[in-house]
Design a protein around this ligand. Sequence first.
Ligand code: ADP
Ligand code: MG
Length: 411
Amino acid sequence: MTTTTIGYALFATRWLQAPLYFGLVAAQGVYVYKFFYELWTLLVRCVSGQATETYVMLAVLKLVDVVMIANLLIMVIVGGYETFVSRIGLQGHRDQPEWLSHVNSNVLKVKLATAIVGISSVHLLQMFVDVHHTSHHSLLWGTVIHMAFIASAAILAYMSGPMAALAAYRADHAPHKESRGQGTDAASSAASTEAVTAARSVPIPAQASAPHRADDAGTEARVRAAGFPARKLLEDFDEEHPRAFDRETVARLGKLDFVAARRNVVFVGPPGTGKTHLAVGLGVRACQAGHSVLFATAGEWAARLAGAKDAGRLAEELTALDEHALLIVDEVGYTPFDAETAALFFQLIAHRYERASLIVTSDRPLGRWDEIFGGPSALAMVDRLAHHAEVVRIDGDSYRMRRATTSAWAD
Ligand code: ADP
Ligand code: MG
């Protein structure tokens, strides 16, 4: 507990940086002033007929230079703030620069380096335009320095590719409890389903058997970051097993329109009927489609939100979760919640409402959620959750039990 508090405290010191960015905004103002000063001088000299062609070109280059430095400043201000201080949360503002959505210190470094190369080429150009007034010495050094900038930008750009690949490689090869668990689970489930449902079984897509292909490194990283308890695919769900089950709705959900529409999905059914399987299956699809997903059981979410609340940063935590297009709350109802936890869940659901998607699984129909979340918040919560939700009821016997009777490999 103390270590997390210390961690939070240290992490909070990032706000010390915030004024620095405002300082840079002031510097930006200085450049705006300088730009108009230069522009005014240029206009005045043109009008009074004192401007030679070389002079105009030099003055315009100077203006370009000022604009480029101002661009560089904006990049540092916005990108640096977003990377090191706090999310700006432009929520897809139409003016959001394309790089901001995937900005990280690596991207930022490369962007800065290329911006500096741009600025130095303008300087070099200025020297060449005014070559009669530039000493041999400055010309030589200008060229050398420019080359050095180009070389370092090239090296940075080159490094950022392998560096990203290395990070993905490390993530892939790190010992991972989930992937080990899921390996044996997948194997046993394959062994047991094979015998019974060979005719129906859908081959596992290539993505599952060759997860190290370069083009789905992003998917891999997202699946890993999502924290699924096991990798379950919609394709592996045996639609014949549940007694009652709306397969059309699930097929439609598989197209992920609900994520784009920020709607919710609720799976309700008795234990072992595949609620978690379907929730994870949709989650994996979302990862493949490039969405960020986070999976946890209701108990884990409760602990996480309670921790944030104790640290006085519940609102920040909820905002940080906006980064994930899809949150999965598994097993709501296995343990009843006290009033405080119920209130936290209410906040989570209210915060996500019309903002981003949730998938919830529960062994109890929404109408009986007051048994889980005592008190008046249950009704309000169900209302928010269900308003834009697809409720999928699954009925049938536990798949685990079936496996226990049909296969010696059952878990
Ligand atoms: P629940 O969350 O409803 O309790 P799970 O999704 O955890 O159930 O399912 C239990 C196990 O049975 C999992 O390994 C799951 O993959 C498997 N399973 C359940 N239903 C099916 C099904 N219809 N087809 C294939 N596997 C299933
Ligand atoms: Mg489950």
